[in-house]
Design a protein around this ligand. Sequence first.
Ligand SMILES: NC(=O)N[C@@H](CC(=O)O)C(=O)O
Ligand SMILES: [Zn+2]
Ligand SMILES: [Zn+2]
Length: 434
Amino acid sequence: MTILIRNARVLGGEPTDLLLRDGVIAEIGQGLSADGAEVVDGTGLVALPGLVDLHTHLREPGREDAETVYTGSRAAALGGYTAVCAMANTSPVADTAGVVEQVYRLGQEAGLVDVQPIGAVTVGLAGERLAELGAMADSAARVRVFSDDGFCVADPRLMRRALEYVKAFDGVIAQHAEEPRLTQGAQMHEGDVSARLGLTGWPAVAEESIIARDVLLAGHVGARLHVCHVSTAGSVEIIRMAKARGVRVTAEVTPHHLLLTHEKAESYDPVYKVNPPLRTDADVEALREGLRDGTIDIVATDHAPHAAEDKECEWAYARPGMLGLETALPIVLDVLGEQSLGTPAEPAMWAVIAERMSYAPARIAGLDGHGNALTAGAPANLTLVDPTVRWSVDPTGLASLSHNTPYAGMTVPGRIVATFLRGVPTVLDGKVQK
Ligand SMILES: NC(=O)N[C@@H](CC(=O)O)C(=O)O
Ligand SMILES: [Zn+2]
Ligand SMILES: [Zn+2]
């Protein structure tokens, strides 16, 4: 299949044509000849490298009523993604070569994005003994990222062993930083709002104390640490300090922690219940600053679909987590400065988006075929976005099997018009192709 994209603005630059052939970008330049190629009109659209999500929950195996690899892949493609890393907290847990290979194969069969399984750090996410990290690394799924996400690897000795172990194959431990002894029964951020509502608080220090411990451990053994869903100003400060000291630490922030705050809990609508919880305005400001200055390396969605019965109930009983794949780029656009569209600062904004949502996550995950600059010879993994379109988020209009988006009814900027995986369209005219 040969595709000619006409007049797209690569990272918001001058309009140009891109010829996609045999899975790669064969040529880039103005006025390329169509010569048998299928033409896609890119006028007014910005071309970005295919987005890469380092933190996605796909719920298969085990909760196929909430999301499957196929439905999550559709949501991802519609969000502009060409690769997603699938978290290990499935049922059974992805803690063996068998399970990660199953998820990997389901992703290949769906064929809409590359699904890269993340392996569990400990057997059954129980935090007691290491899972078979080496067997998962050597498997057909070639696992490099390991995480007990949903739970913290709380035992420092086990965390140290895991960090040491994955050095052998340049792996990374992605930590869900939450000291469990400080969050027992916690329902939301510990602060003035939790005090007023009478809900048990989840203090910032529960996150920060684990991050502080883990950057010290990672520095001590010279291993790679990745911090999942950073949510507090103090965490940003600790990571900034660790980086300055040369610790090999990377960090992610979610779109919802960049936009929403704990006051949302005043509605008692569990759609706003998430782990870690929504924090304060000051935290949001520090996260944005950390993302701008590179202390926070990437935006990751923590796409966490939940079935209605697990979410549309009393706050205390609702599962934490919210959808993210189809709204991530619009929220980041909103946060990073939609006002720069059409100004000389615009290309700089797209460069930051490409780095934080494609190049850096692909580097951290070791995904060589993704996160490449859009140049001749590179794999044809890219997405076309119309930054001028604003659309209203309708939970039932999303491709995800679940509907727990916190942005229902909100008008957001930026529509994904097309996505290409190795030169094959997975989304065209805003519609998924499978
Ligand atoms: N973020 C959440 O609130 N929930 C996640 C687990 C997690 O990311 O910790 C989930 O699997 O539902
Ligand atoms: Zn988590
Ligand atoms: Zn998660």
